[in-house]
Design a protein around this ligand. Sequence first.
Ligand SMILES: Nc1nc2c(ncn2[C@@H]2O[C@H](COP(=O)(O)OP(=O)(O)OP(=O)(O)O)[C@@H](O)[C@H]2O)c(=O)[nH]1
Ligand SMILES: [Mg+2]
Length: 364
Amino acid sequence: MSLKLSVIIPTFNELDNLDEIVKRLELILNKVSWEVIFVDDDSPDGTASKAKEISLSDSRVRCIKRIGRRGLSSACVEGILSSSAPYVAVMDADLQHDEGILPLMLHALENEKYELAVGTRYMEGGGVGDWEESRKQTSQIATIISQKILGVSLSDPMSGFFMIKRESFDLCVYRLSNMGFKILLDIFVSSPKKLVFKEIPFQFRQRNAGESKLDQRVIWDYFLLLVDKTIGQYIPTKLVSFACIGAMGVGVHLMVLGFVLKILQQPFAWAQSTAVILAMIFNFNLNNILTYRDQKLTGFKFYTGLLKFMLACSVGALANVGVASVIYKDYGYWIFSGMAGVLVGVVWNYVATSLIVWPKKINK
Ligand SMILES: Nc1nc2c(ncn2[C@@H]2O[C@H](COP(=O)(O)OP(=O)(O)OP(=O)(O)O)[C@@H](O)[C@H]2O)c(=O)[nH]1
Ligand SMILES: [Mg+2]
C-alpha cells in the first residue's frame, strides 16, 4: 500500500504526549497507509529523543530535530516539505485536536474534490471547551480581523488542525510568511488560487500533558503576519515591528520625563537623560522579545547587546537631529522636518541594530 497521509506534529516539550498520540493515530488510521513526522525544536525535555526512540520500532514515526530554531509555522512547513505523501495533515501534540475527524478530512480530499479540510471549532458540533473568557474573546477578535482584513472565508482561520493536498501546498509554499503560530491562515492567504475547502467541526479538548506555549507574543506574531500579508511586499515586517515598538518607546520616554521633571522635581537635562536611557532599555527589551524572538539574546549577550543597541541608537539620534535640522533650514516646515528626522533615525536604528545587535547567524 503506497503512502497516503503524512501527519505533521510540531512539538516543543511534549515528551509525555508522544506515545499516546501515536497510539491514537494507529487506531483511527487503520485503513490507510500513514506516517507521523514530529518536528521538534530541540525541546529541553527530550521530546526529540523520545520520538526517535519510538521510530526505531515503528517506521511510520519520524522526527526532525531543529537546532537553534523556534516557531510553530516554520516547523510545520519543514515537516510537510520533508514528506512525500499526497495528503498532509497538521495537528498539535497535546491531544487537543480530535484525531477522530482525520478520516473525514481524508475522505473530503480524496473523494469529494476538496483541496483543504479544516477542523473548525466555530460550527455546529464544534467548540472550544472551557476556555477563559479572555481567550475566547481574543480568538474571536483575531478571527474577525482575518475575515475582514485578509478576506478569509473560513469560520476558524486560527485553527491549527487541517489537512491539505500536497499539490495545493506546493503551489503556495514560496509565498508563505512562515511566521508565528497561524500556519493555516498563512497557507490559505498565500495560495495563488482560492482553495476549495471543507470545514469539519470538532471539540477542542483540554491539553493532555505538558505546558502551553501560547503567550502574549503570539498576538504580536499574529499582528506581524497581518502586516506581512498586507504591506509585507513593500516594507520589511521586522522594520514595522521595530517602528511600532519605537513609537511605544516615545510614550515611555514622555512618561518618565514627566515623572522625573514634575513629580521628582529634577532639572530638565537630568529628567531627559533618564527618559532617554529608560526608553532605550524598554525598546531593546521589547525588540529582543518580539521583533527578534528567533534570535533572542540572553545571559551575558543580553547586556552586551543592550550596550550596542544604545550606541547604535545614539548615532541614530544624531542622524535624526542632523537631517531634521538641514531640512528645516532649507524648507522651514517643522512637522515635515521633524518627521523626516524620525524616519531617518528609525531606519538607521533598524539597519544598524539588525547588523550589530541581532545579526543573522549562519551556524548557531
Ligand atoms: N516545533 C515547535 N513546536 C511548537 C512551538 N511552539 C508550540 N509548538 C507546538 O505546537 C502545538 C501547539 O502549541 P500549544 O502550546 O499547544 O498551543 P495551543 O494549543 O494554542 O494552546 P493551549 O490550548 O494552551 O495548549 C503543540 O504541539 C506545541 O508543542 C515551537 O516553537 N516549535
Ligand atoms: Mg495546545
